[in-house]
Design a protein around this ligand. Sequence first.
Ligand code: HEC
Length: 229
Amino acid sequence: MFVSAALAASPKTVWDGVYTDAQATRGQAAYMTECSRCHGEDHRASGNVIVGAKFMQQWREDNLNNLYTILRNTMPRNAPRSLPEGTYLDIVSYMLKLNGFPAGKADLAIADVADIMLVGKEGPSAVPDFALVTITGCLGPITGDTSFVSAATEPVRTRQPQKSQGDEMATAFAKAAGTRKLALMGVAYNAAGAEPSHRVEAKGFLIRLPEGDKLNVTSLQTNKTACTP
Ligand code: HEC
């Protein structure tokens, strides 16, 4: 029982050898034909987003499905979704290799990407400042444009600023109460989905301040379960 609890607490990460060298080599060839004319053969052009600090800031503490999906839906910038699914996976593998993550024995497959976390050398850590995140907690009274969420879950990265729906919404509200308290900004604008003293899913940009973390809210919704903030 102890062992399975430990396993559940440590998700698969990009340090576990999640692609093959052959796949990254295919990805390199695709990068050179499809991407290098904007991002450069040295990967430094068009925002320097392929390798290094900006890549890590943008993708750490997220799963590979979000990287894969955004790549596919937005790149090549002049022809999004123009490449086969497998080619996007090859390019993700190449980007993992460039960023120092080790190769393994099996190709990265579409069925795996949602369960693999991209984390730094030190392992899973706190979500970076200004990342778009989702939390679930208990909404406090609304004063003008501000409120707070108590008993909140740890902030988790999301790429979708709007209210979640369907399975994603069910997962958000199924989370056990947490221990965090975050101030909310921009609540009035999103008040349509806000009901004080009810459990809410709040999404927004995380801002860390000495006096406590804040969320610059992009969406709020309640599941109408009463709680005490
Ligand atoms: C026509 C030019 C062009 C092509 C071709 C192109 N990109 Fe981009 N890409 C851009 C620009 C411009 C940006 C925005 C950079 C920034 O945020 O400063 C960008 C951003 C990105 C980002 C960051 C996305 C984000 O949301 O953070 C990634 C990753 C990326 N490109 C990968 C690729 C890959 C892989 C290919 C090849 C399949 C590719 N790009 C092809 C121009 C291009």
